[in-house]
Every structure is written in structure tokens, then in C-alpha cells.
Design a protein around this ligand. Sequence first.
Ligand code: NAD
Length: 275
Amino acid sequence: MANIPTLTLNDGHRIPQLGLGVWQTPAEQTARVVATAFELGYRHIDTATIYGNEAGVGQAVKASGLARRELFITTKLWNDDQGYDAALKALDASLAQLQLDYVDLYLIHWPRPGRGLFVDSWKALVQAQKDGKVRSIGVSNFRAQDIDRIVEASGVTPAVNQIELHPLLQQSELRAYGSAHGIVTESWSPLAQGGELLADPLLREIASRHGKSSAQVILRWHVQLGLVVFPKSVTPARIAENMAIFDFELDPAEMAAIATLDAGKRLGPDPATLD
Ligand code: NAD
């Protein structure tokens, strides 16, 4: 898979550590954007039912001529489809949109703990994996206590937990929990949505030292922490830029300096209260 490193999940499957996220990529642009990413060497796409662009991802996969086994496609179960039967039905609908026989990774998008349905949803994902409709199963926006509950109920540990994670919200506790339980942590909004963080003087200084951009330094920081990232962009130059992070290394002092940027600052909803 080009020069993108992979991590081995707890079920033995491998995941490319860098992919392309397509949240807020308009449906009519998605096939073109994903095709651009494939041409540049990306092989991992992170979509979700709620993004409304699974069909565009599927079109790009089909048009790429790439072997299915070379690609890593993730989609997610939307909140309204939680519950055992509803989850299985939703996965079938996603596969139809994607024109795929299986997805590489299927995630419960949010736990919505107040609804009390995520354990049943998880059991459906376990069944779907047995049925061959999904290679790896995982969760998103789960707290440690939510993961404990699904493992207790099913005996199956999720392969990944996809959570908001960037230099302003470094999630050290959930990262440590993941490492201790063999769960890969995926960082959503890895660039903090491209906001003011990119202008941070410390990141700019580190970037100029390496002849890189702040975005590249941030993505490199994620990768060196052992995280999986899929920055979103629809701009070909940025899609290329975000991939050019495997030819330099941040030294321990630079990693420690970036650690000081943690501000516990969430950009998205708090999973504990999103119902
Ligand atoms: P991100 O941190 O990837 O930021 C994307 C924005 O940063 C872009 O819109 C663009 O404005 C800017 N950008 C991208 N590359 C840049 C570059 N090289 N230089 C300067 N600016 C650049 O934010 P995101 O889209 O929120 O997150 C990435 C992906 O994570 C999503 O597309 C989606 O796949 C996933 N996600 C998942 C959840 C979840 O609940 N599981 C929530 C949000 C996002």
C-alpha cells in the first residue's frame, strides 16, 4: 500500500495508519475526491451512513480498478439505526450504497448511553463479522465504561475506538485504556478541523525546522503516537500534502512540546451527553 504504514488490529487484520476522511464532503464531489486520493496512493477511506456519501465512495472504488484487498473502507452505523435488527439492516443498506460485499471496518458511530441500545447493536456487529459482511468491528465515541459493557456482554473486544483527538484534546486516558486492551485508537478531526491550531507558533516553528507545514507536523504527531488518522480535504494539493508525512520524524523534545498544547478542548459533542 504505497508507503503508508499499517497497524495490526486485535483480529489480525491490518489497517493503513493514514486515510482520507469524507465527513462534509458533498455527495456529488465524493467520487472525484476519493479517486484523487487513490491516485495519490491513499487506500483507506473513512465514511459513515450519516455523511450521505457512501455511494460516491463506492463509485470511486469501482472506477479505481484497484483490487478490493488493497483497499480499507470504513463506514459507521448511524444513531437512528441502533438495535440488533436495525443495525443488521443498516449494514446491508450501507453495503448496497458502497456496492461492496464487505466493509473492512464497521463502527457504532456514537454510544448514546441514554438510549441503552449500544450493547444490542454491538451484538449485531459481532454477528455481521461472523457472516463475512465486515472484516473488523469497532466503536466510535465510546468511553471506557461503554467498552467494558460491550466486552462483558459479548466477549468480543472492539478492534478500534474512533474518538475526537488532536493536540488540543489529547485523550491520554482513553489512549492508555486502548493500549491496555489491544484497541487501536483512531483520531477524528486530527487537524482540529483546520482551525486556529494550524497557526500555533510552536507548531509553525517545528514545521519550519523540518520544511513541513503545521498540518503535516500534527499528522506526524498522531502517527508517532500509534494512532490512525484520516484528515479530510477536497483539495488535491492538501490531500497530497497530508500524505507526505512519512519522510521526517519528530524528536522526543518536539513530541513533548506538542504534548503541552493539550487544553481539553472539544470541538464536537461530548459522547456522554449526546442522545
Ligand atoms: P480535520 O481535522 O480532518 O480537518 C479538516 C479540515 O482541515 C478541512 O476541511 C480543511 O479545511 C482543513 N485542512 C485539511 N488539510 C489541510 C492542510 N493540509 N492544510 C490546511 N488545512 C487543511 O476534521 P474532520 O473532517 O472533522 O475529521 C476528519 C475525519 O474524521 C472526518 O472526515 C470523518 O471521516 C472523521 N470524523 C468522525 C467523527 C465521529 O464521530 N466518528 C466525527 C468527526 C469526524
